[in-house]
Design a binder for this molecule. Structure first.
Ligand code: ADP
Ligand code: AMP
Length: 216
């Protein structure tokens, strides 16, 4: 099963992708995580992407399309994948269609996670992750069971993304509305689009996604 989680930054795509990974034995393909790894490694892609990401803008389509096409070819994707953060523009959505057709793969569902902008600002500015295993948390909405200790691995170091600031969030939301939201009708016409209310609690969102996938 190949699924796209589509929604604005902070909608909960990463949080839900991790749950889908576990339950359905899929692989989360987060283009944001891939780019952050490229920036950390200092490779060519990372050098090109860093400033663009810090400004809250989108990395050029050709770079993103090559990145995801190569990743889908890896053997761990054979049972299916969850695209988190891709596609983000109409050319990316069209290129994804062609690459899936070429690779003989099908898209099961596109899940739109609907969340209002004002809520997203709080979600993003309060977000942090375990530096050891990458588990996601929030200052108010998803705290570890024991303060300062990761539920998943027991790690005690946490990090915040350099682009998770109140100013950058505004640019990222503008990019979402101008460049990403317009691809929703494209998937609507194909009959694969299902919307969920991303403003409910994390478990409730998971239940809505499971329903949407089951009904697809
Ligand atoms: P995205 O991957 O779409 O950018 P995340 O999954 O990282 O979003 O979620 C953003 C922040 O909001 C995280 O800190 C996460 O813990 C929190 N969060 C995710 N889903 C919900 C929810 N349904 N209600 C409240 N907070 C949430
Ligand atoms: P994310 O982790 O999904 O919030 O992405 C972080 C940043 O990476 C975005 O603000 C963009 O600068 C860049 N990025 C991630 N995915 C894409 C994509 N599919 N197309 C263009 N830029 C992307």
């Amino acid at each position: 099963m190949n699924v796209i989680l589509l929604g604005p930054p902070g909608a909960g795509k990463g949080t839900q992708a991790k749950r889908l990974e576990e339950k359905h034995k899929l692989i989360q393909l987060s283009t944001g995580d891939m780019l952050r790894a490229a920036v950390a490694s200092g490779n060519d892609l990372g050098k090109k992407a860093k400033e663009i990401m810090d400004a809250g803008q989108l990395v050029p389509d050709n770079l993103m399309i090559d990145l995801i096409s190569d990743r889908i070819d890896q053997p761990d994707c054979t049972n299916g994948f969850i695209l988190d953060g891709f596609p983000r523009t109409t050319p990316q959505a069209e290129a994804l269609d062609s690459m899936l057709a070429e690779k003989g793969l099908k898209l099961h569902s596109v899940i739109e996670m609907k969340v209002q902008d004002e809520i997203l600002v709080d979600r993003i500015t309060g977000r942090y992750t375990c530096a050891n295993c990458g588990a996601g948390y929030h200052d108010s909405f998803q705290q570890p069971r024991v303060a300062g200790v990761c539920d998943a691995c027991g790690g005690t170091e946490f990090t915040r993304r350099s682009d998770d600031t109140a100013e950058t969030v505004r640019s990222r939301l503008a990019a979402y509305h101008a460049q990403t939201a317009p691809i929703l009708p494209y998937y609507g016409e194909k009959g694969v689009l299902k919307a969920v209310d991303g403003m409910t609690g994390i478990d409730e969102v998971t239940a809505q996604i499971e329903d949407a996938l089951g009904a697809a």
